[in-house]
Design a protein around this ligand. Structure first.
Ligand code: DGY
Length: 322
């Protein structure tokens, strides 16, 4: 029987491609070139399955051009690049990579919070530019992290990981906002209190965004929400860029209505809003919250495992549509 044909749509570990090749006929884009939607459709037209990252949009137009396609394994926990309803209607299974990146991503959320609140990258730029002349009482003085109040918007696995770090490691009071409230035992373990979004924004010294991106929460943090936050506060986004109105955020940072921000994700990434690039009080990183070698390997392996299990008839391990 002919092996299923799989497209690896963006570069991944060569050993993952080799592993897939033991099960499938594999075509892999191992170049550092992101395919246009038209090129992706052309490459996928004769494939039975695909391994994608968050950079490939799987929607009705693409599915119409790919009649053989049966499964798409995303190497990411977020799958806002999938039109899940269109995939379900077309009989295409989607999968993601939850759990394997939870702690690594929570670590990074905390790192961005520390870097922004304590002005770490600003200090490094200052030192490298030869501006450091002497110790000064107010040199790059930032905001306190330990013992402060953290607001977490989106309390899935990664949000819970950040809450544990904050409460247990840094003695922070943790407020969270989520569509559904956590069971009491989990709330107690995370030492986190469920509050409305406005209460969270008004009371938090630092706010971390960890919610999945959907059309409903586009620009969930805009001018109004930023105006509710303390002017001394820090905003961290490790979720998806579209959740924050970047122009409104840049204005708040520029005008001193918000002290600092740490952003790992951007609405038009890899492009970054030009206003953000001019500001000293925002830490900018290129979507690397899950980027440790071990975690990226685990994500690639889980995406491959999903394809193997699907075509073995065992069913996907971590489906996003049923
Ligand atoms: C995810 O897994 O969703 C991360 O953003 C990595 O792309």
């Amino acid at each position: 029987m002919a092996k299923p044909r799989i497209l690896v749509a963006q570069a991944i570990f060569p050993e993952t491609v080799e592993r897939l090749a033991q099960h499938f006929e594999v075509q892999a884009n191992q170049d550092d070139v992101r395919w246009s939607p038209a090129e992706l459709a052309r490459q996928l037209a004769d494939k039975d399955g695909a391994l994608t990252t968050g950079a490939q949009r799987i929607d009705a137009a693409l599915l119409a051009a790919c009649p053989r396609l049966r499964v798409v394994a995303n190497m990411a926990v977020g799958y806002n690049n999938f039109d899940v309803a269109a995939m379900t209607a077309a009989g295409v299974q989607g999968t993601n990579t939850p759990d394997v990146l939870t702690d690594t991503t929570a670590d990074f959320g905390f790192a961005l919070l520390m870097a922004a609140a304590r002005r770490i990258t600003e200090g490094e730029r200052y030192l490298r530019a030869g501006q450091w002349k002497d110790w000064r009482y107010d040199l790059l003085a930032g905001s306190e992290v330990h013992g402060s109040t953290l607001g977490i918007i989106g309390m899935g696995r990664i949000g819970q990981g950040i809450a544990r770090r904050a409460a247990h490691g840094f003695g922070m009071e943790v407020l969270y906002h989520n569509r559904t409230r956590l069971p009491p035992a989990l709330e107690a373990e995370c030492k986190a209190r469920h509050v409305g979004k406005d209460v969270l924004l008004a009371n938090a010294d630092h706010v971390v965004l960890v919610l999945p991106y959907t059309p409903d929460n586009h620009h969930t943090i805009g001018a109004q929400e930023l105006a509710r936050m303390k002017p001394t506060a820090t905003l961290v986004n490790i979720a998806r860029g579209g959740i924050v109105d970047e122009a409104a955020l840049a204005a708040a940072l520029r005008e001193g209505r918000l002290a600092a921000a740490g952003l790992d994700v951007f609405e038009g990434e890899p492009a970054v809003h030009p206003d953000l690039l001019t500001l000293p009080n925002v830490v900018l990183t290129p979507h690397i919250a899950s980027a440790t070698v071990a975690t990226r390997r685990a994500m690639a392996n889980l995406a491959a495992d999903n394809l193997i299990a699907f075509f073995d008839g065992r069913g996907p391990l971590t489906p996003v549509n049923q």
